[in-house]
Ligand binder design. Structure first.
Ligand code: SF4
Length: 326
């Protein structure tokens, strides 16, 4: 079994708002091994993107990581200075965001935005950094690299820009790539190309990946292991095949039921009734209780803990807790 590369333990990220403290990431733990792709999946607002941003200390100003550990390559990232985190972000961890257009600076050419970080992180001369940028652009299937480096972001399509973002993320040979909804803003055909590209990269460089997505199709194609989040908490996790074949938590079951299946025509797609709870106003209970058709009295009084219920598969649900734990 491969070594653990990233271990997140009891991560707690809160936001301070006019309405109170929002517990966006609430006691979240998971691990990624070398060469593994872990997908965090859930509805928008479940805390999956904030989890990724917390790892990189990129959360908005009114947010704060207030607990837990983020162990990466033997270091707790929460103990590092801003300067060290910045260095790590370029060197050992690459990031790909949903909107490539907003991640790139519109007033600099693609070349300027690629060459400088390569020079800085890999300590290369400008000439060698340029050569490396060319190699990466070509490797990612973009023709005319010499022309591309002189263009500005607005002169490229969304798919091309996302390839450039991937090239930037890969430029320093990272051990881990964090990709937050990398295909959401793209056309379906381009989405498939970008996913293929990410899969090839993983195979060729044995890079670990943390993929944040709301799309179970992406999860099915990319994940080795899946973490399902709801209202800031992990409610289920397990290897992708087991989780898709045999989901345990009512929320995971609902998500899978809501996924369209080719060949099955329905008048209406299934939706999970109700709303995600207000994360300011959380009380001791299962946060899914108001939307769960199996809710029992205990669910509204006590929070279930994540428990192993099948080999390698865990769920936080009172349906699987034995009497002793209640
Ligand atoms: Fe439903 Fe209760 Fe399980 Fe929550 S703990 S998902 S309310 S059965």
């Amino acid at each position: 079994m491969n070594e653990t590369l990233l271990q997140v333990k009891h991560l707690q990220t809160n936001f301070y708002t006019e309405n109170g403290v929002v517990k966006a990431v609430n006691d979240v733990s998971f691990a990624i091994r070398e060469g593994e792709t872990v997908c965090i999946v859930g509805e928008s607002g479940c805390g999956k993107s904030i989890t990724a941003l917390s790892l990189m200390q990129l959360i908005p100003e009114n947010g704060k990581v207030e607990g837990g550990e983020i162990n990466f390559s033997g270091k707790n990232l929460l103990d590092l200075s801003k300067k060290d985190i910045r260095r790590l972000r370029g060197n050992e961890i690459g990031m790909i965001f949903q909107e490539p257009m907003t991640s790139l600076n519109p007033v600099f050419t693609i070349g300027e935005q690629m060459i400088e970080p390569i020079q800085e992180h890999l300590l290369l001369s400008k000439k060698d950094a340029y050569k490396k940028a060319m190699e990466l652009i070509t490797m990612l299937g973009i023709p005319n690299a010499e022309k591309i480096v002189n263009l500005y972001p607005h002169e490229l399509s969304g798919g091309m820009l996302q390839r450039i973002m991937i090239a930037i993320a890969l430029s320093c040979n990272p051990k881990l790539i964090i990709a937050d909804e990398p295909t959401t803003a793209l056309d379906v055909t381009i989405q498939a190309q970008i996913l293929d590209l990410l899969r090839d990269i993983k195979k060729e460089f044995n890079t670990s990946m943390l993929l944040i997505t709301h799309d179970l199709g992406v999860v099915a194609e990319m994940a080795d292991y899946v973490v399902v989040m709801y209202a800031g908490k992990v409610v289920e996790e397990g290897p992708v095949l087991e989780l898709f074949k045999n989901p345990q938590h009512p929320y995971t079951k609902g998500l899978l039921k809501a996924k369209p299946v080719i060949g099955e025509r329905k008048d209406r797609l299934y939706t999970i009734a109700g709303q995600v709870p207000n994360l300011v106003d959380l009380h001791e209970a299962c946060y899914f209780a108001d939307r769960c058709e199996h809710a029992m009295d205990i669910c509204r009084m006590k929070q279930p803990v994540l428990t192993e219920i099948a080999k390698g598969q865990k769920a936080a649900c009172w349906l699987y807790e034995d009497g002793e734990n209640r």
